[in-house]
Design a protein around this ligand. Structure first.
Ligand code: ADP
Ligand code: MG
Length: 685
């Protein structure tokens, strides 16, 4: 009986020393061993003629030894030299400190050598190649896997160990995917897959083997997520909002025309609201794409159907801004809106709470203050969270619990590519506003070096003289000795105050200030009582100051591209031309390639994809260490079409067999309960 969980020490050629080295690579069992996939391959199967060899290339040659090894000594070093030739040329081969090679090569016999070739003034040389007799293929003559390794364990050694491991399991690995899935998707079975991922015969073998592994990985992940979502949808009865309340009533009152994307998203929301399943929807849209108005229209639908709605925002200012834009339209429709933030007076608060409970408030907009226990609704039907990444799942559910399975919209400006979002938010349906309103001016974006600062400052002065306002963003709050050369808000403000004429009002803002203090400063900025706001990334969240037209970001190299894009979204909100300046403090000659991406595009989704692509060098097996994804093999960029295919399959599969009770799904069910036994925890990604 094959026991995949047996200790790796029982594998042939694995002694106590090697066990230790394998353990360092997280290889403890036979299963771990055979699932330790290569990071790359070397083709040592196709020999080249010497005259074709290019300087610096790794090649396989088949050549005859022209004599014996010639051994020389330099100090304590032994240098072994062998001259070989094929029909097209001669090559000088050298090994260092490999005295045992002395009698290995017989004059007149053919051998294979694999190594890096160099061309020294027309003389071909190869240092320390691996070799075989011509009729052997221990080290050459095939495609060789290269494993991610620590230096103590040699490639050859691990390769032998894995070969031995594979011999033990050969043909006996239990199939985890149902037969019909393999057939329909033209996938390799598990035994073939595992053998060929380590030792492909052709390079195309690797693709087939990898495809099967990726497929399986995505399938199980998607199953877990969709199953979770289905549980939620089936086990609860949601609110059916009235089919007779038409969103078009509000849409026709708006001072602008909605974009196609906004309309599409509203249709999706409308459909969900009219169904009896609780809506659980992620609304993604780049900064400035117009999510607020979508939330307002949904709130209208809820209220006119006889329910209350609530909008939760991460800051008081944002909540106030939402209230104002809601009131502008909803007042006319007789819908009563109210603001609840933590610094309202006691009296006012008591009044709000009472009216909320009696149903005299239709839409409550506010901050975390809404989460408090004494905030009780009469009949809450719709919950919207703005900038949802600022709220945990727990907070989302706390507020949802204030109604009877209310519909939920979680809004987010963090542009996660759809493929990624599907995985990260598998428990939510996703709507995307992928279009900006047509009246937007492109933000002029520059990436500059630190020594351009003076010119930049002059530019800012000019803008301020024209009545505009500016943001300056620094990575740090205070000076930090360990981070020399990284700008901080406090000293930057002090320096700027000295440099700029007195009438220019400079103030700073950062996350360690009290919330009320932050609100006061933002309010002053909004009312044009501050000209230059020096800040950390706290300004990143949704605030709208149309008169701010300049943003300068210091040490831009320290921020992620997606984050820089979010920051930039704070400007370009008015009619005037806006400018964004990324100051590269890396000291490199030219502002980095990363920053150039922001110069090229203002599309958050594109930027997020580029950001992720640039982060890891992306070895054969994808971005293993990217932090968000725990895939072993899959790379959602490379494999996005496969992901779609899998998603569809999983939807169908769960439709036919929601509890995975069919015999053919036994193995999947086992896998799921093994890995995602506690589905509740899994929800909190
Ligand atoms: P975000 O998606 O970043 O939250 P907002 O909802 O704050 O964006 O919208 C940004 C600005 O665009 C607001 O002033 C809003 O009134 C305006 N807006 C929204 N939709 C449209 C549209 N279709 N046409 C023109 N302006 C719009
Ligand atoms: Mg917003």
């Amino acid at each position: 009986m094959l026991d995949l969980n047996k200790d790796v020490k029982y594998v042939k050629t694995v002694g106590p020393n090697r066990v230790k080295l394998l353990n360092k690579l997280n290889i403890y069992t036979l299963k771990d061993l055979i699932e330790y996939y290569p990071r790359d391959y070397e083709d040592r199967s196709k020999p080249k003629n010497l005259y074709e060899c290019i300087d610096g290339e790794e090649v396989l040659i088949e050549a005859m030894a022209t004599g014996r090894i010639n051994e020389m000594h330099k100090g304590r070093m032994t240098i072994s030299r062998l001259i070989v030739k094929d029909q097209t040329g001669t090559c000088y081969i050298t090994w260092f400190n490999q005295g045992y090679l002395r009698d290995k090569f017989q004059p007149g016999r053919m051998y294979r050598f694999f190594g890096k070739i160099s061309n020294k003034n027309g003389r071909l040389e190869m240092n320390s190649p691996v070799y075989d007799e011509i009729d052997q293929s221990k080290n050459t003559g095939k495609i060789i896997p290269i494993y991610p390794l620590t230096f103590e364990l040699k490639q050859n050694t691990l390769r032998r160990i894995i070969e031995n491991g594979l011999l033990e399991v050969k043909g006996q690995l239990p199939e985890t995917l149902p037969e019909y899935i393999l057939k329909e998707n033209n996938l390799w079975d598990i035994n073939n897959t595992i053998e060929r991922i380590h030792f492909p015969i052709e390079f195309s073998d690797f693709n087939k083997a990898r495809e099967r592994l990726v497929f399986e990985e995505l399938l199980t992940m998607q199953l877990a997520l969709l199953k979770l979502k289905n549980n939620y949808e089936h086990e609860t009865d949601g609110i059916q909002f009235s089919k007779d309340v038409h969103m078009s009533n509000v849409i026709n009152m708006l001072p602008f025309r909605l974009t196609k994307a906004q309309l599409r998203v509203l249709e999706e929301i409308d459909r969900d609201m009219e169904s009896n399943k609780p809506m659980n929807r992620l609304l993604q849209g780049d900064v400035g794409s117009g999510k607020t108005v979508v939330a307002m229209i949904a709130a209208y639908k809820a209220v006119k159907s006889g329910y209350q709605a609530t909008i939760m925002a991460p800051t008081a200012i944002l909540a106030s801004q939402h209230l104002e834009s809601f009131k502008g339209i909803l007042d006319e429709l007789g819908i009563r809106t109210e603001l609840l933030i933590s610094n309202v007076t006691k009296k006012k608060k008591a009044e709000i709470l009472e009216k909320l409970q009696s149903g005299e408030i239709d839409v409550l907009i506010g901050t975390h203050a809404i989460l408090e226990e004494n905030v009780v609704f009469k009949n809450l039907g719709l919950v919207v969270t703005d900038e949802q990444h600022r709220f945990g799942v727990k907070q989302r559910s706390t507020i949802a619990a204030k109604g009877q399975n209310p519909d939920i919209i979680a809004m987010s400006a963090t542009p996660i590519p759809r493929t990624l979002a599907l995985i990260l938010y598998g428990d939510l349906d996703i709507s995307i506003i992928d279009e900006l309103p047509p009246n937007r001016k492109k933000i002029e974006t520059f990436a500059v070096r630190k020594n351009m600062e003076e010119r930049v400052n002059n530019f800012i002065k000019k803008q301020i003289a024209e009545g505009r306002q500016a943001y300056i963003v620094c990575p740090l709050v205070e000076e930090n000795e360990d981070m020399e050369g990284v700008a901080d808000v406090i000293s930057y403000t002090a320096a700027l105050k000295k440099e700029l004429p007195e009438q220019i009002r400079v103030t700073y803002l950062h996350g360690r200030m009290r919330p009320s203090e932050k609100d006061r400063i933002m309010e002053a900025y909004l009312n044009r009582n501050i000209d230059v706001l020096v800040s950390t990334t706290v300004i990143e969240v949704g605030i709208n100051v149309p008169n701010a037209t300049v943003m300068m970001i210091e040490n831009a190299e320290r921020f992620g591209l997606a984050q820089l894009h979010q920051l930039r979204g704070r400007i370009g909100r008015g009619a005037a031309q806006s400018y964004c300046i990324f100051v590269d403090g890396s000291g490199k000659d030219s502002p980095s390639e990363r920053l150039q991406v922001l110069n090229k595009s203002n599309d958050g989704f594109y930027i997020a994809e580029e950001d992720l692509k640039m982060r890891g060098p992306g070895d054969l097996f994808g971005i293993r260490q990217s932090g968000i994804m725990n895939f072993k093999v899959a790379d959602i960029y490379q494999d996005s079409s496969l992901l779609m295919q899998v998603r569809k399959l999983v939807e169908d599969l769960l439709m036919d067999d929601p509890d995975l009770t069919a015999k053919e799904h036994e193995s999947i069910r086992g896998w799921l309960s093994l890995n995602f036994g506690n589905l509740v925890d899994f929800r909190s990604i």
